[in-house]
Design a protein around this ligand. Sequence first.
Ligand code: NAD
Length: 260
Amino acid sequence: MSLKDKVAVVTGGASGIGKEIARHFLAAGAKIAIADLDGQAAEAVAAAFDPTGDRAMGVAMNVTEEDAVTDGIEAIAARFGSIDVLVSNAGIQIVAPVHEMAFADWKKLLAIHLDGAFLTTKACLQHMYAQGRGGSVIYMGSVHSKEASKLKAPYVAAKHGLIGLAKVVAKEGAAHGVRSNVICPGFVRTPLVEKQIPEQAATFGISEEDVVRTIMLKDTVDGEFTTVDDVAQTAVFLAAFPTNALTGQSIVVSHGWFMQ
Ligand code: NAD
């Protein structure tokens, strides 16, 4: 599927899933902006992907700050001429049982996942509507958009919330040809997950191998991790899909951990 002449913004694009999506988008012909809290890492990834700088740029952006988002999206539109695809992907994980979860941690996680999704969507929709050539908004949900796990209250709440936002954007965006969908991956071995394995081993008093086998991959059909490539291929499909037929949906990519 081709993204030729499309301009795509990937938040959290300096690492893990977002980085792989940016790589696939570039290969599909898009110009890509890697927006990340870590601006140096974003620029380094962009330079590695496209040393000419013609089709990739890195942008320092904290997605929880309205001015940073507005300025960053303006800079991308000015450099590449349009905004056609948004992948709202930046995210963190904080694990604790609800009765011990610090309110500050609850608010921090919701700010990155939900405020970040709202602010980047708002800024990008203004460009997509003004351009009049449609667009695609993709949210990085999770199997935790559908299911719950212990210790992950703010994450599960935020990931469920993204599905609501995506449905509203699908309804409002339709008249402008803007589609909105959610990708819901199972566990992917990125830095975000590598950090959780020892944390959960300590919390549950089990080995790291057992965290992987008896918690993370327990309900998959084959005991396999989802890969960054699996998620990136899905993102290309959603970004390139040509009509409003595929909007307001959430696609689970999880080795069967969750079946719709
Ligand atoms: P990662 O830690 O490898 O990458 C996350 C990126 O987000 C980092 O580059 C980080 O700098 C950036 N980021 C964090 N806070 C930010 C902020 N305030 N503003 C801008 N950028 C910020 O993690 P990942 O596993 O690639 O996760 C990416 C997304 O995929 C997240 O939304 C996560 O919830 C989701 N997800 C991950 C998995 C998994 O198993 N890894 C599964 C389902 C969903």
